[in-house]
Design a protein around this ligand. Structure first.
Ligand SMILES: Cc1ncc(COP(=O)(O)O)c(C=O)c1O
Length: 378
């Protein structure tokens, strides 16, 4: 094997972003607690100056994520996924046109509504899995926003086709890659302009930090995202980024196990008599199956579940569970679930009885026993 061969993503997650291998050096990067750095005279490009502009504890995490997304630039870490999304959506000019999936993270939709109110941005909602409908919405668009699979409906977009058509229409393409992770989908490699993550979810993976990241290949776009972060001060604390890097080291193992668990649970759920519908792109009859199999390196580990008995049935399932955690976030090592329509702000086209399951890395039979017992009582 050549020493120059590109490393597999699972290896990158472990090996990238380490300190130089000098005798006695720490194998992990340090947490540097300093708001300011020694500097006099005219600063050289890239010189560390001040902790809102740049901080060395961010760099290893940004390097690993940049390599995983196969970006020309390191990632830019932000204080939350929403901070990264706000930075990406700042690329839509006042009065511009923003096309978004009608089912996507509800706070992204809320932010788009705010842009519409304050900056006259025309917001157009589409079914992101209906390629013809998206193409029809593109003329005059400043940015097409894609989540795939979508939160919480798990629709899968035909990303390469959408990117090509959006560019032909003069639109930028932003992709929220939180659900897939860069191990499963790398939107920049099919031409997306900006990729964002809620690092809070799979990348950090332990439900103990709130963080975000944004990436762009293009020099000018990368510079604008960086400038947004500095101007808005939407930065991350050094401890949080260090924790996220520690979590990121096991991403490949966690994603592999969680995806295997999710596919097995989706299969078993499909056969349970108290289940009205299951969505997981791994199921051969799922509307997203063909695209996910063609475009992604896995099927993700979020399941959409509609149990018998409507919203009350769904709430009864949550109440009966002992192992699964009722919680709003996702992507942690622990399995969790939520009925999304408990929020008045969730899209009304999301079924009232839809449970969004975030499958973790526990033993699959323990997860199934808990879920099956909760469904059996319906
Ligand atoms: C798909 C998706 N994108 C973005 C976000 C926002 O990220 P954060 O909560 O880190 O701000 C979330 C949070 O739930 C999400 O599910």
């Amino acid at each position: 094997m050549s020493h120059d061969a590109p490393l597999a993503p699972a290896t990158v997650t472990v090996a990238a972003g380490r300190p130089a291998r000098t005798q006695g050096a720490a194998v992990n990067p340090p947490v540097v607690l300093s708001s300011t750095f020694v500097s006099q005279g005219v600063p050289a490009p890239g010189e560390l100056l001040y902790g809102r502009i740049d901080a060395d504890t961010w760099h290893p995490f940004e390097q690993v994520l940049g390599e995983l997304e196969q970006s020309r630039h390191p990632a830019l870490v932000f204080g939350s996924g929403m901070a990264a999304i706000a930075a990406a959506l700042s690329l839509v000019p006042p009065g511009g046109r923003l096309v978004l999936p009608r089912h996507c993270y509800q706070v992204t939709l809320g932010y788009a509504a705010d842009l519409s109110e304050r900056q006259g941005v025309e917001v157009v909602l589409v079914d992101i899995d209906d390629t013809d409908a998206v193409l029809a919405a593109l003329p005059g668009t400043s940015m097409l926003w894609v989540e795939s699979p979508t939160n919480p409906m798990l629709e899968v977009a035909d990303l390469p086709v959408l990117v090509e058509a959006a560019h032909a229409a003069g639109a930028l393409v932003g992709v929220d890659n939180t659900f897939a992770t860069p191990l499963v989908q790398r939107p920049l490699t099919v031409g997306a302009d900006v990729v964002v993550h809620s690092v809070t979810k799979y990348l950090a993976g332990h439900s103990d930090v709130v963080l975000g990241a944004a990436l762009a290949d293009d020099d000018a776009l990368h510079a604008r995202l960086h400038a947004y972060r500095t101007l808005h001060g939407s930065i991350a604390g050094p401890f949080e980024v260090w924790l996220a890097l520690r979590g990121l080291r096991t991403l490949a193992l966690r994603v592999e196990r969680a995806q295997a668990n999710a596919a097995e649970l989706a299969r078993r759920l499909s056969a349970h008599p108290a289940v009205v519908a299951v969505r997981h792109p791994s199921l051969p009859d799922d509307p997203g199956y063909e695209r996910a199999a063609r475009l992604m390196d896995g099927f993700g580990s979020i399941i959409g579940l509609r149990p018998r008995g409507g919203a009350a049935g769904a709430d009864a399932v949550i109440a009966a569970l002992r192992l699964w955690v009722p919680a709003t976030s996702l992507g942690g090592v622990e399995s969790s679930l939520e009925r999304r329509r408990r929020f008045a702000t969730e899209s009304l086209t999301v079924p009232e009885d839809l449970l969004r399951l975030s499958v973790g890395i526990e033993d699959v039979d323990d997860l199934w026993a808990d879920l099956a017992a909760a469904l059996d009582q319906l």
